[in-house]
Design a protein around this ligand. Structure first.
Ligand SMILES: [Zn+2]
Length: 274
């Protein structure tokens, strides 16, 4: 599932190839992914330029020249490509946006959990209203130990679910939450309200370090995710605990256990994480 580093890399890659381009034609091949796609046909996108492409949480936002935005999310299996027009349509490609340089922005998604839609005038900061309830960006200065300590007081939910909640901080998914908690020796099962102030600082530092590293390496490309240019991320090779249930802990050699937390499998070391 594409997480923040993958979305960041998609936004950067799309920014390089789409900024300043004008949409000349829209083709829709399927009625819907997570939401209907046919509204794209009547949205009046033809003639609109793409001014700026940015990320919020795991969403990518492309600002249109008429003030609206194209909002995208890559679900479990979303892949976007910008290619020349001479490549045949792939089976699970659902939308083509033809561009004025002859290339085509193509959205592929085998499992159809992705999102591509036009949002009306965004609110402050160019963020669509539906992302307005998100907490501070994980790589921003507003996501700091003081903030995490304050919002976690009195919370009995497991710390792993807590840091995966978009309303607390958007974009830290299963892979990065699992790795961050291992890195700081905190059990994913610990109630968020039991974090100390010092642990909040450490957790924030570790999450930023891991996310920056994953962005640098192009994301983790678990499952069928590919970056926008088709290259796969290399962070998967640096994972210390995610997906390693039953193997020996790299730090202490103990057998890695897993728990179901918030419907997701969470690997953790019973010796290193408390
Ligand atoms: Zn261990």
């Amino acid at each position: 599932m594409p997480e923040l580093p993958e979305a960041e890399n998609i936004a950067r890659a799309l920014s390089r190839v789409l900024t300043g381009r004008t949409i000349t034609q829209v083709e829709v091949f399927s009625p819907a992914m997570r939401e209907p796609l046919t509204p794209l046909l009547t949205a009046g996108l033809e003639g609109k330029s793409l001014l700026d492409i940015r990320r919020r949480g795991r969403y990518v936002i492309a600002e249109l020249s008429d003030g609206r935005v194209l909002l995208m999310h890559f679900g479990m299996s979303g892949v976007v490509r910008v290619e020349g027009g001479n490549i045949a349509k792939r089976k699970h490609e659902h939308v083509f946006l033809h561009l004025d340089d002859g290339k085509i922005f193509r959205f592929e998604c085998t499992r159809r959990f992705s999102l591509l839609k036009v949002c009306a005038l965004p609110c402050a900061g160019g963020i669509p209203a539906e992302l307005d309830k998100f907490g501070p960006e994980p790589l921003s200065d507003e996501f700091n130990g003081e903030y995490l300590y304050r919002v976690s007081r009195g919370k009995s939910s497991p710390v792993k679910s807590f840091i995966m909640d978009n309303a607390i901080v958007p974009g830290i998914g299963n892979i990065y939450a699992t790795e961050t908690l291992f890195g700081v020796g905190i059990s994913p099962l610990r109630p968020a309200g039991k974090l100390t102030r010092k642990e909040c600082d450490l957790l924030i530092q570790e999450s930023k370090k891991i996310l920056h590293r994953a962005i640098e390496l192009g994301g983790s490309s678990i499952s069928d995710f590919l970056n926008v240019d088709g290259s796969e991320g290399k962070f998967a090779q640096e994972l210390k605990i995610y997906g390693k249930t039953g193997q020996a802990c790299v730090q202490c050699g103990a057998k890695i256990l897993s728990a179901r937390i918030g419907g997701r499998t969470s690997a953790y070391c019973p010796c290193c994480q408390h």
